[in-house]
Design a protein around this ligand. Sequence first.
Ligand SMILES: O=C(O)C(=O)Cc1ccccc1
Length: 278
Amino acid sequence: MKIGILGPESSYSEKAANIWKAHLGTNPDISYLKDISEVFEVLQDNSIDYGVVPIENSIEGSVGVTLDLLLEHEFSIIGEVVIHIHHCLLSRGKKEDIRIILSHPQALAQCRHFIRKNYTDVEIRTTGSTSHAAKLATEFPEMAAIASRKASESFGLDILAEDIQDWKPDLTRFVVIARKQDQRIQTCTRDCKTSIIVYLDRDHPGALYEMLGEFAIRGINLTRIESRPSKMSLGDYVFYIDMNGSIKDSDVKEALDNLNQNVYMLKNLGSYQSYMEE
Ligand SMILES: O=C(O)C(=O)Cc1ccccc1
């Protein structure tokens, strides 16, 4: 069995994958991939069995590419892992040498104030992962990467600054995805969450109110609601909704069945267990 994550070694995805593996009871091999899109691509072509991708961050919000790809593919979410992020600035060079700062776009966004305050004259470059940024920074002393402390050890870089994210705590939620037809998908036993994507039938007053009513009247707690452009026209949206509970709970099932009859499209991404880093 293989699990695909953002590579190379010491990305935050690897940390999330290791937490999930510890609960799994089996030990899938890690496949290091270049970015989030590649995780979806190789899961689609059967080269891996699971993928671990970031979906949401407490500072920067949604990871749009993950949301879009969940809509495009027939994958299930089979687990979620929430981890603490402690970004460091890593380099071979000294502070005064730095001309280029590299990282994953989410990490750069989480450290925006730090960069503006301390590095006014640098070029910013994005990479597929924080650990890829660290690997590139080994090549030139004028490069610095925003990545984890673990990445500094893996790639032999000095830590120029630590805990540089603009807000604390910085938490990132990762989802574990699998092909829908995968028989090995475990059923959730506790702390279950369910995720769906909804595209409403037509825009009319109260459409969102009616949709949310299905959850409210059954006392189902929504943990997130997010709109994303449908990409069909400006002002047209799909809704991503997460809730506490499992599709095996009769109230959740009933709410989704009712909703399904009154919306254009409802995609059930699955019910899964949530793990928080201790
Ligand atoms: O690039 C990584 O290490 C990731 O796993 C994605 C990411 C980037 C920034 C914060 C959290 C996760």
